[in-house]
Design a protein around this ligand. Structure first.
Ligand code: BDR
Ligand code: CA
Length: 314
């Protein structure tokens, strides 16, 4: 059983990932922590409450960071063009949702849950990495107690999606991501290299809806705006299921090709938010900013049809 804390900014593809984690029989969802990103924190938290209520998810929700680790940097660029002004495809989520929230801030929830389950918790981060960086800053000792950190973020051998250099989750808080990638814990990164290969078409979603599974109807409703975005702005038929792809790694790592090496994030300049790995095998860059940092795993390829099947089955 994989004990998971899901750090998220719902978000259409976050919603699918949440339902996947809730449903998968080998996953025990210990909690959900929210972070600013696709929409402001108030809305990502409200959306988590909404999805929990609609899908009857009992895992606690804890409120996280509303802006970047470095207060002098601000990421105000909500992705409403991608996810809708409400973050869930403009389906008309009520302004407020009557659903309980944990009293602890997200970083504290993460620290206490990791310390209560030493060596057992996997942190799955699919929004800005701010909450995890704050948790590390408050209690660096958790790095040695976490089983694994699985991240949706970055663009290594492919083009970005916010700028040519950078992917949204990293670009939204590069300093936080650099803290996370250079900490002494096991990090596995599923970035655009694999998530842009994992495209779910509207027809595929329709077949899931026709199975009569009620929660999938909501998933389909809130995905239409996101599918339209991919068609009109990216030019592909279907939607990239970024966050679910990272979640599938938990239960089917065999579907991914991994490359090991230190990972750093460019903080500033025209390549702000770019993720660069120095592979372990090949030329050594002694004395460079990568030297001396832990080797992390980057997903470079994926068997995407099978990933979609794992999602559908859940
Ligand atoms: C990532 O950014 C967000 O828009 C998505 O939810 C996903 O986590 C993709 O770049
Ligand atoms: Ca996300």
């Amino acid at each position: 059983m994989h004990k998971v804390i899901f750090d998220t900014d719902p978000g259409v593809d976050d919603a699918m990932a949440l339902l996947f984690l809730h449903r998968h029989p080998e996953i025990d969802l210990l909690g959900v922590t929210t972070v600013f990103g696709n929409v402001p924190l108030e809305l990502t938290t409200r959306n988590a409450q909404f999805l929990h209520r609609e899908w009857n998810i009992s895992a606690p929700i804890s409120i996280g960071a509303e802006s970047t680790l470095d207060p002098s940097r601000r990421d105000d660029r909500a992705a409403s063009v991608v996810h809708g002004a409400d973050g869930l495809g403009n389906i008309g989520v009520p302004q407020t949702i009557d659903w309980p929230l944990d009293s602890r801030p997200a970083y504290q929830f993460i620290i206490e849950t990791v310390r209560a389950n030493p060596g057992e918790v996997t942190l799955v981060a699919v929004g800005r990495m701010t909450n995890l960086a704050l948790a590390l800053r408050a209690d660096p000792g958790i790095a040695g107690l976490v089983k694994e950190v699985v991240v949706m973020g970055g663009a290594f051998d492919v083009i970005g999606n916010v700028t040519p250099a950078a992917e949204a989750n990293i670009h939204g808080d590069p300093e936080a991501a650099d803290v996370l990638f250079t900490a002494p814990w096991k990090v596995t990164i599923a970035g655009l290299d694999v998530t842009m290969k994992t495209i779910m078409t509207a027809e595929y979603l329709d077949v899931m809806v026709k199975s009569g599974d009620q929660p999938v109807q909501l998933l389909s409703d809130l995905s239409q705006y996101y599918i339209d975005f991919y068609k009109s702005r990216v030019g592909i038929a279907g939607m990239a299921v970024h966050d679910s792809t990272a979640c599938v790694y938990l239960v089917r790592p065999d579907l991914f090709t991994l490359r090991s090496g230190a990972v750093r994030v460019v903080c500033g300049g025209i390549a702000d938010g770019a993720t660069i790995q120095s592979p372990d095998h090949g030329r050594k860059f002694t004395g460079s900013p990568w030297d001396g940092h832990p080797s992390q795993r980057v997903c470079t390829d994926v068997r995407s049809e099978e990933v979609l099947e794992v999602i559908r089955a859940a």
